[in-house]
Unconditional design. Structure first.
Length: 476
């Protein structure tokens, strides 16, 4: 069992979760700055004002990456640092842009390959206010295209680009459940605005088109001279039927992956939405115009895979509720025979199930023709971790085991199942702002002391990552 000699591994983060410095050097507010101000949205009223202070500690972060032995680093850009008001006719903030240019230079100097995510959920707030942000089918893709062009032009040394992180979360969690910014939902106890039956499907469509536009720009204007590759990162759990003997549960288990992943991946690889979604959602799912389809179909140089957990799936009978986004089914932690999917963590949605990682890599490879895959996130929280302090919190055995088991599952998908996985980035380089859960839930391979000046101390999981991948990668 082994991974190819050129296999890349490293860590991942996102701008709003680590940077802080939300008002420094001309950055404009993002929808997450605004969302954090609404009472009751974030645990303990936390916000991103300081976070890990990474904007002011790039040298420290690069040193940490080197110490851990990382070959690559995935991070995201804050759009509103670069274009504070976000739009294609709005001014560029040179200081914000220069910050990232230098960061990439410094990473390369340290021998670390950068993977840049253009959008990890922190849309410029001005665009949300100006025209409804991600809901706007014409303006949003054009403004995203323009922002992408500014960045591609400024950072030709970066050869690995991800347009969007987890459009499923940007659509469902932000426009259906209202759990993420900007918090739209039909539930009027949570938000005065939103239509969970329609908005998430519109947003998903617009994100696909925006992705397609940025890819076209990259391929036509930059790739010929710079080389490089570009793709989108999708998230999804693996699934098992609650009752493997029940054909309806078997179908529902597959349908859940289609609603999470194929919603985006089918248009990208096949030019159309999955039949299961068309059947359930009808005309609530937007129709691709010919121009849109041409932008979207064939727009991935690689598949970016974020993956954390698996679920058992039980089908529902009768018509789906109009706000349903799972595919008319329910998910459970135990199957019919009482088998448990995996142990609890601090995150209600996450239970480790390493076999499911291999299962999903194989599922994706078969459906999409064995594309090159980069695992752009994988990791876990630990139940009660935040109650610990150093040195106990540094000894994160649960996370060490998670990474060990998941990396071995990945290696089997490559060496035994023939899947083309080229890289792996652990979530996350360090503890950080875990969205609605604030700083309560930690995902870091490095401990961040939020009370003690944001100091970083590697946990066991961070220290063992190099040994883990060295043991799996063939040396030529
Ligand atoms: C991903 N869910 O988010 C994100 O890309 C990261 O920014 C985040 O910190 C990480 O995973 C850990 O949560 C998700 O509810 C958040 O299914 C929630 C879900 C999935 C992914």
């Amino acid at each position: 069992m082994s991974l190819p000699a050129d296999f890349l591994w490293g860590f991942a983060t996102a701008s709003f979760q680590i940077e802080g410095a939300t008002k420094q050097d001309g950055r404009g507010p993002s929808i997450w700055d605004t969302f954090c101000e609404i009472e009751g949205k974030i645990a303990h009223g936390a916000n991103g004002d300081v976070a890990c202070d990474s904007y002011n500690r790039t040298a420290e972060d690069i040193k940490l990456l080197k110490e851990l032995g990382a070959k690559c680093y995935r991070f995201s850009l804050s759009w509103s640092r670069i274009i504070p008001l976000g739009g294609r006719n709005d001014p560029i903030n040179q200081k914000g842009l220069d910050h990232y240019v230098k960061f990439v230079d410094d990473l390369l100097e340290a021998g670390i390959t950068p993977f840049i995510t253009l959008y990890h959920w922190d849309a410029p707030d001005a665009l949300d206010k100006r025209y409804g942000g991600l809901l706007n089918r014409t303006e949003f893709p054009l403004d995203f295209e323009s922002y992408a062009r500014v960045v591609f032009k400024a950072i030709p040394k970066c050869k690995n680009w991800i347009t969007f992180n987890e459009p499923w979360c940007s659509s469902i969690l932000a426009y259906s459940t209202g759990y993420f910014a900007p918090g739209h939902t039909s539930d009027r106890t949570k938000s005065p605005i939103g239509d969970s039956s329609r908005e998430p499907w519109i947003v998903g469509h617009n994100l696909l088109v925006a992705h397609g536009r940025a890819v076209k720009v990259y391929r036509e204007e930059f790739k010929p001279a710079n080389g490089g590759q570009i793709g989108i990162t999708l998230n999804g759990d693996y699934t098992y039927p609650w009752d493997p003997e029940d054909p309806e549960d078997v179908k529902a288990a597959n349908r859940k992956i289609e609603f999470a992943i194929s919603w985006f991946a089918d248009p990208i690889y096949f030019g159309k939405y999955p039949d299961s979604m068309l059947e359930q959602l009808g005309d609530r799912l937007p129709t691709f115009t010919d121009e849109e389809r041409a932008l979207v179909q064939g727009s991935n140089d690689f598949y970016g895979m974020n993956h954390y957990t698996a679920d058992y799936v039980k089908h529902k009978t009768g018509a789906a509720h109009e706000d349903d986004f799972l595919g008319n089914l329910e998910t459970t932690s135990y199957d019919k025979n009482g088998n448990c999917i995996g142990p609890e963590t601090q995150s209600f949605w996450l239970r480790p199930n390493p076999e499911g990682f291999r299962g999903l890599i194989v599922w994706l490879s078969k459906r999409y023709g064995y594309p090159p895959i980069y695992v752009t996130e994988n990791g876990t929280s630990i139940k009660g971790e935040n109650d610990l302090k150093p040195p106990e919190i540094l000894n994160d055995e649960f996370r060490v085991k998670y990474f060990h088991d998941y990396a071995h599952a990945l290696a089997k998908a490559v060496s035994e199942d023939g899947c083309d996985v080229k890289g792996y980035m652990a979530w996350s380089l360090m503890d950080n702002f875990e969205w609605a859960e604030g700083y309560e839930t930690r995902f870091g391979c490095t401990y961040v002391d939020y009370e003690g000046g944001q100091t970083r101390t590697a946990k066991e999981s961070g220290k063992q990552m190099k040994g883990l991948f060295d043991s799996l990668i063939k040396n030529d």
